[in-house]
Ligand binder design. Structure first.
Ligand SMILES: Cc1cc2nc3c(=O)[nH]c(=O)nc-3n(C[C@H](O)[C@H](O)[C@H](O)COP(=O)(O)OP(=O)(O)OC[C@H]3O[C@@H](n4cnc5c(N)ncnc54)[C@H](O)[C@@H]3O)c2cc1C
Length: 388
């Protein structure tokens, strides 16, 4: 058989510039964030000032328009940032920052008026205002089309009534990117608005206690006839469902990236631990049972990484990537569970101690197949978009 006439094109997404940026984030995460991982979890909060610090470092506006304080870089910088942020070893902090830069604000950059960008987007990218994305409700999580929080028109205002729950950054947010019902039932009656949380009638009803991501505030919030100007509508009225589904793509991709990088970190830690910890006169990492299990995880993780990078590449080139992003979120987030479980097992009793890195990673990674669209919903999207 003759060799192919031209070799396949090598796909290396990260340039020297991406890698230099990666080193900055890694350094920052390892030196300034990771040493506080346990303390912030125990407090159930990280310092608010960190938003500003992230803003100064340019981390909150990586792919945002420079006209509003972003840096206008390509998506591979976001990938490097999200990967290295896992080295903070604090999933709550990572979630909060990714909500700020990658989930609650891109839609404002895309659809907002200059006024909305000036009032909400620019200060969020500087880390001066905290942003949250408020879609889920007590009776509507996976089924976004069932949301009931209503915004009725009254002259030049919208009057918002209802509640939202499980909202990351919800207790400290200065504004929300908020999904409301402006029309009839179903997905066609939903709109997005920018909502300042100093509006009269807004209340944080409860700060929720979670299994993991302990340093991030997650809240139940309540709207009692809150009046906001109708010009705070984002994009077109009743097009919100479509905007939310588009926004979910970035959110799910970031979850997949975080899952792969988080699982890699846990695996690397375990492999190191396996050299140090001895049982029956040998390092535990030399037992074939574990070497083979880790070989399996490393192989599957490499596959998940490249599936995720494939989705990132499509996203970066503004191609339709619904199927690939859903596949990446499904595969990477589920795999991270199995890896975290085994790495905890490998640490024995130490892995069960709240103070250990592996226990924190096990708690923090657990949310990934739930938030932003569950694994079951990802399977539904993959099957539908595959013609089933
Ligand atoms: C820590 C954390 C942070 C979050 N942050 C935010 C946030 O910032 N903003 C926000 O708006 N939301 C947020 N959420 C909410 C999150 O997006 C929802 O939890 C998620 O969409 C699932 O909705 P649900 O919890 O209501 O589950 P449900 O929709 O009630 O689902 C329950 C179970 O039923 C399954 N199920 C549902 N429908 C189907 C189906 N068609 N086929 C098969 N199985 C199905 C689900 O997969 C799941 O296993 C957060 C959640 C958590 C845990």
């Amino acid at each position: 058989m003759s060799p192919p006439s031209s070799p396949p094109v090598a796909f290396e997404p990260f340039t020297d510039e991406h890698q230099a940026f990666r080193r900055v984030v890694r350094d920052f995460s390892e030196k300034e964030l990771a040493p506080h991982a346990r303390e912030w979890d125990e407090k159930g909060e990280f310092p608010r000032d960190l938003f500003r610090r992230f803003g100064e470092m340019g981390f909150l506006g990586i792919r945002h328009d420079p006209a509003w304080g972003g840096t206008g870089l390509d998506y591979w910088y976001v990938v490097a940032y999200a990967e290295e942020l896992t080295r903070s070893r604090n999933g709550g902090l990572g979630t909060a920052m990714l909500v700020q830069g990658e989930m609650a604000t891109p839609i404002i950059g895309e659809l907002g008026t200059d006024e909305q960008k000036r009032e909400f987007l620019a200060p969020a990218l500087r880390g001066e205002k905290i942003a949250a994305l408020a879609i889920s409700e007590p009776d509507a999580g996976s089924d976004v089309a069932a949301i009931r929080t209503r915004a009725r028109r009254d002259g030049d205002d919208l009057v918002v009534t209802g509640s939202k729950t499980w909202i990351s950054n919800g207790a400290r947010a200065d504004f929300l990117t908020l999904a409301v019902r402006t029309g009839g039932d179903g997905h066609e009656g939903i709109s997005l608005v920018t909502f300042p949380t100093d509006a009269k009638g807004f209340q944080v009803s409860r700060r929720l206690e979670k299994v993991g991501n302990l340093s991030s505030d997650t809240a139940e919030i309540y709207f009692d006839d809150c009046r906001i100007p109708a010009r705070y509508l984002l994009g077109e009225e009743n097009q919100g469902f479509y905007y939310i589904m588009t926004g979910f793509q970035g959110e799910r991709l970031v979850a997949a990236i975080t899952a792969v990088a988080g699982a890699q970190l846990v695996l690397d830690d375990a492999l190191r631990y396996g050299q140090e910890r001895r049982a029956f006169g040998r390092p535990i990492g030399t037992y074939q049972a574990w070497r083979h299990r880790f070989a399996e995880h490393l192989s599957r993780l490499e596959a998940a990484r490249w599936l995720t990078y494939r989705a990132c590449d499509l996203f970066n080139r503004n191609q339709v990537a619904l199927r690939e992003i859903s596949m990446a979120k499904l595969v990477a987030c589920d795999l991270a569970q199995r890896i975290a479980y085994d790495c905890m097992q490998f640490h024995g009793a130490m892995g069960y101690m709240v103070e250990s890195d592996v226990a924190r990673a096990w708690r923090d990674l657990r949310v990934l197949p739930i938030a932003g669209g569950t694994s079951e919903i990802m399977r539904e999207i993959v099957s539908r978009s595959s013609g089933m």
